[in-house]
Design a protein around this ligand. Sequence first.
Ligand code: ZN
Length: 206
Amino acid sequence: MTHRNVYCIGRNYALHAKELGNEVPTSPMAFLKPTHALVPLEGTIAMPAGVGEVHHEAEIVLRVSKAYTPGASVDELVDAFTLGLDFTLRDVQSELKKKGHPWLAAKGFLNSGPICGWMPFPGAEAAANAAFELRKNGETTQRGFARDMIFSFQELVDFLGVHYGLGEGDVIFTGTPAGVSAVADGDKLELLWDGRTIGACEIAMK
Ligand code: ZN
């Protein structure tokens, strides 16, 4: 399946919004990454050096399998899911926020959205109640549950479908829980779903 649009949701976990000093939003805050950001989460992944902190944001990623129609449930629309990293140039993002500029430079760079392999979507309820986790060099840095999201999977597909459109091959990064931090050259990152490792990579700052 070709990936068409890569939607991302910002500030969808209250504790993460807080850790960055942001207000909790009253409607989903959506942005896009270019499809070129989406790469397999495996092997060595190059991240830009010399542009300040590069933060990992571990997220549940949904894959849409058919066109959105109002009233459709997320379980009908989403056929697969996985975990991914919404890499963010945090210092660049702070500058962009100050200037009121779009986030592309901070969120849309090459390799900024690596994802693990697709798994069959178990349904919104089951997916919301399993732990997802990021380990950096063997230590847990992020661990969350989608049930703690401010906007549920259903609210996200409704919002995106109504305002921007959702169709086969679209991908949604659903937001990150607390615990984001900067990566360094040689860091080993591992993503776990429900206690099982589903992807790993090493960071190369270039
Ligand atoms: Zn994110």
